[in-house]
Design a protein around this ligand. Structure first.
Ligand code: GDP
Ligand code: GDP
Length: 455
């Protein structure tokens, strides 16, 4: 699923060769309304706003960077349980299961004023089976008098319940101390992290734009191009090519070298193949034939890279065939079709003559670095504070949404979550994106901004 992919990306992010240890992951799980979001706000040390969930719509899982007593860890907010009358228990169990699997430890939150429900007991079974350390938080213990409520939760069989008041902060420090005791120094759930060794690139574009020529040029050798009937050989072959001392893995070059004929149905398979190569890559290199008008198919391939959240380098090939008039026309075509993509890295070159092919690796490196970029929460918030002070959101229907707090939830590509008091206009979001791009270098990478409205 998409969530799994996002998860995987998270694991795989960071320059792969430096092998940066991953901070441990703490998942917060519990039924709706037990106070998970309030507790997360406590942990993050901010009054972070919470979205009002639309019933039936699953909030996506969000990760936050947190620290306590100088130790960094990741908090995973499992989001709202899917609110459905039927099958509520099932979906709670499923979401809890996924969250548990991807965590080093679990903070299980129960509302002490309500006590343990049948759903809580189901989740306990999953927690036991996982063998992961679990801290049981008995929330809404706002005063000492209520501590007896917490004691009832011993019955869950998860050990000592920690009475806490997320709302008032009561005993939340003690709870975090306890959490720190069970969290490992370095994440142990990173087993799925693939040490890819090299940066991965998908060289894509419609037929005849020059993919095979460029590949040969970059690999520094002419290879025999075999004509084959589409689909006779199915194994994708990845090739490792070094550019200016940096190793890159070009994904599924067999598909490029084979020069699959465009017969009936081949378009469809070519498009699937493109999609699969993009998904395996960090960067999409999209080749265009600058000597011909931009086609719908060109735009589609570019969109595939953006939609997959990969870094993007647009290559205008066959520049040797392009005169000044055509150059201008081509630039206009690009501007018109790719209005929103002015951030993409672009290189004009000729695979045939080799002109400017040496500029490619610089663009690829920049896109790759920016795709990994992380802005600290402090920097991000001071940036947004200044921005919204200088350019407040326009008043809508007598109301003016304010930005409360923001955080970068992940990178590869950079994803930001902004907490506000009301919905932000599309235009204002775009404005924020543009300013973010101006202030921090995000050339070559898509960025995502999501807004969460506090109730
Ligand atoms: P979530 O659905 O688990 O994320 O729960 P929320 O954090 O949104 O909290 C649900 C409701 O419980 C809100 O009205 C909170 O203000 C309230 N709440 C959360 N923690 C506490 C607490 O420690 N004491 C009391 N009295 N109310 C709390
Ligand atoms: P692919 O189908 O995308 O792999 O494209 P090819 O690499 O097979 O190239 C298609 C045609 O375009 C071939 O005839 C190439 O010689 C030609 N071609 C590729 N790159 C260039 C270039 O930079 N300039 C010119 N003039 N022709 C090129």
């Amino acid at each position: 699923t998409e969530e799994d992919l996002a998860e995987l990306e998270w694991r795989e992010e960071g320059p792969t060769r430096t092998e940066r240890p991953l901070p441990p992951v703490l998942a917060i799980i519990g039924r709706p309304n037990v106070g998970k979001s309030t507790l997360i706000n406590r942990i993050l040390g901010k009054r972070v706003a919470v979205v009002q969930d639309t019933p039936g719509v699953t909030r996506d899982r969000v990760r936050y960077e947190a620290s306590w007593n100088g130790r960094d860890f990741i908090v995973v907010d499992t989001g709202g349980w899917e609110v459905k009358v039927e099958g509520l228990d099932l979906s709670v169990a499923q979401q809890a299961e996924a969250a548990i699997e991807q965590a080093d430890a679990v903070l299980f939150v129960v509302d002490a004023t309500v006590g343990a429900t049948a759903t809580d007991e189901e989740v306990v079974k999953l927690l036991r089976a996982s063998g992961k350390p679990v801290i049981l938080a008995a929330n809404k213990v706002d005063s000492q008098m209520q501590e007896a409520d917490a004691a009832y939760l011993w019955a869950l069989g998860l050990g000592e319940p920690y009475p806490v008041s997320a709302l008032h902060g009561r005993a939340s420090g003690d709870l975090l101390d306890r959490v720190m005791e069970v969290l490992p120094e370095v994440s142990q759930v990173g087993g799925r992290r693939i040490d890819r060794g090299t940066r991965r690139v998908a060289l894509v574009g419609r037929p005849n734009v020059g993919k095979s020529s460029l590949l040969n040029r970059l690999a520094g050798e002419e290879r025999v191009v075999v004509n084959e009937i589409a689909g006779t050989t199915r194994d994708p072959v990845d090739e490792r090519i070094e550019l200016d001392g940096e190793a890159w893995t070009f994904i599924d070059t067999a598909g490029i070298r084979r020069r699959v004929h465009q017969t009936t149905g081949a378009d469809y398979y070519a498009s699937l193949r493109t999609q699969s190569a993009i998904e395996k890559a960090d960067i999409g290199l999209v080749l265009l034939d600058a000597s011909e008008p931009l086609t719908e198919q060109d735009v589609r391939v570019i969109q595939q890279v953006v939609d997959a959240g990969r870094a993007l380098v647009i290559i205008a090939n066959k520049w040797d065939l392009v005169d000044v008039d055509r150059q201008e026309e081509f630039n206009r075509e690009l501007e018109r079709e790719l209005v929103q993509l002015s951030w993409a890295q672009r290189v004009n070159l000729s695979a045939l003559t080799g002109w400017h092919t040496n500029r490619l690796s610089k663009a690829m490196n920049a896109a790759y670095e920016n795709w990994h970029r992380r802005i600290s929460t402090a920097k991000l918030n001071s940036f947004l504070g200044e921005l919204s002070a200088a350019h407040p959101h326009p008043v809508r229907g007598g109301k003016q949404p304010r930005i409360l707090f923001a955080t970068q939830a992940s990178s590869c590509p950079p994803r930001f979550v902004i907490f506000t008091t009301g919905f932000l206009d599309h235009g204002y979001r775009r404005f924020i994106e543009n300013r973010l791009r101006e202030s921090f270098d995000f050339a070559g990478t898509p960025i995502e901004i999501s807004v969460r409205v506090r109730e």
